[in-house]
Write a protein that binds this ligand. Structure first.
Ligand SMILES: [Zn+2]
Length: 358
């Protein structure tokens, strides 16, 4: 039998005979039959069925006891871990330094997504290459965009008529996302609600402290130097919340390229304002920033790389910078220090890695 027919045959028999699927937590609007149908269609569409078999894609959590929450980015996964403690297994699809704008789900990711009890993603088209899979999955599973409760009038316009998705850069907006994550988890697992809400309260209080630190850190920079120059446009919310003018060389998505004219405009700005530093980003190649540094040098102004900022991904797993709070603490502290502000050497909580000159 040709391969495609054998896959289809396998899919059909697996779906027809699989009984465990109806016991899995189903979306309120989806009957077991439609869930089964959409998962099968999804598995087939992404070529999974021939690899793992449909039976393995659908799982009965009441039998194996594990609850799985899948988060796309580290910023979401970290908050989810804080909220749910050891009650779930949190699977994070995008690792350290991964660019979410360009990320395409792997087959393993698709298996994880299909097997998840709850899926949390950023939304606002951050996960541009995953959106259609997430939409399909949302027809039958508990799939939530964590930015959905943020009022539209506080969002910046982005590219292709989509809002700017980099909302985690403003701690007050990420608090809203945190509350939505908590609501989603409580809705899926009411038996955990009291614990989750207690952890949410603690987290919200901590985020308030972090936000205040960010405001004080930026306020310590001399006013004429409160300009943040980075590669791609991930910092508009950061700038608005903490009082920095943002000048990015590329657009909002890393898919757009920087033009020579834009590089020259940035060089003019650096030279005119005698800015001390520009910044590279952990998830974006640094060549455009290097071009700006060289351009300024050719005009007789030495501008340094003020450090590497975390824009679209957390720092290394297992470090303080590998948490949402550590990520923002690092960004506040690095920006303020390089632009002439006065901040503690190891940040808000004294937990940042030692600073080394770049
Ligand atoms: Zn980005």
């Amino acid at each position: 039998m040709p391969r495609i027919h054998s896959d289809l045959h396998h899919l059909k028999t697996s779906v027809d005979t699989d009984v465990s699927v109806s016991a899995a937590p189903t979306h309120a609007a989806a009957s077991p039959v439609s869930r089964r149908f959409v998962l099968a269609r999804l598995g087939m569409a992404v070529g999974l069925v021939g690899v793992v078999g449909c039976r393995q894609l659908v799982r009965d959590p009441s039998k194996d006891g594990t609850k799985i929450l899948v988060a796309t980015t580290g910023m979401i996964a970290d908050i989810a871990r804080r909220l749910i403690g050891d009650e779930f297994q949190v699977v994070q699809l995008m690792g350290d330094g991964v660019d979410p704008h360009l990320y395409k789900p792997t087959r393993d990711d698709l298996v994880q997504l299909i097997r998840a009890d709850v899926v949390l993603y950023n939304g606002l088209m951050l996960e541009g290459k995953m959106q259609s899979v997430l939409n399909r999955l949302g027809e039958v599973e508990r799939v939530y965009a964590v930015c959905d409760d943020i009022p539209h009038d506080v969002l910046f316009g982005g590219e292709d008529h989509h809002p700017d998705p980099h909302v985690w850069m403003d701690v007050t907006l990420w608090r809203s996302a945190t509350q939505r994550m908590s609501d989603a988890i409580c809705l899926a697992y009411p038996e955990l609600a009291a614990k989750v809400q207690g952890r949410e309260d603690e987290l919200v209080a901590e985020l308030a402290g972090l936000h205040e630190y960010g405001q004080n850190a930026v306020a310590s920079i001399p006013e004429s130097q409160r300009i943040l120059i980075t590669s791609h446009d991930a910092f508009q919310y950061f700038g608005r919340a903490y009082g920095l003018t943002i000048q990015a060389i590329q657009g909002i998505s890393t898919e757009s390229e920087a033009g020579l004219q834009r590089v020259n405009e940035i060089v003019d700005l650096i030279v005119d304002r005698k800015l001390p530093a520009v910044f590279i980003e952990s998830s974006v190649p640094r060549d455009t920033i290097d071009a700006v540094v060289q351009g300024a040098k050719a005009r007789g102004h030495q501008v340094k790389i003020g450090g590497e900022l975390f824009s679209d991904a957390l720092g290394s797993t297992g470090t303080y910078e590998g948490t949402y709070i550590g990520m923002l603490d690092h960004n506040f502290t690095t920006v303020a220090r390089a632009l002439g502000g006065d901040v503690p050497p190891r940040g808000w909580k004294g937990q940042l890695s030692e600073h080394t000159e770049q």
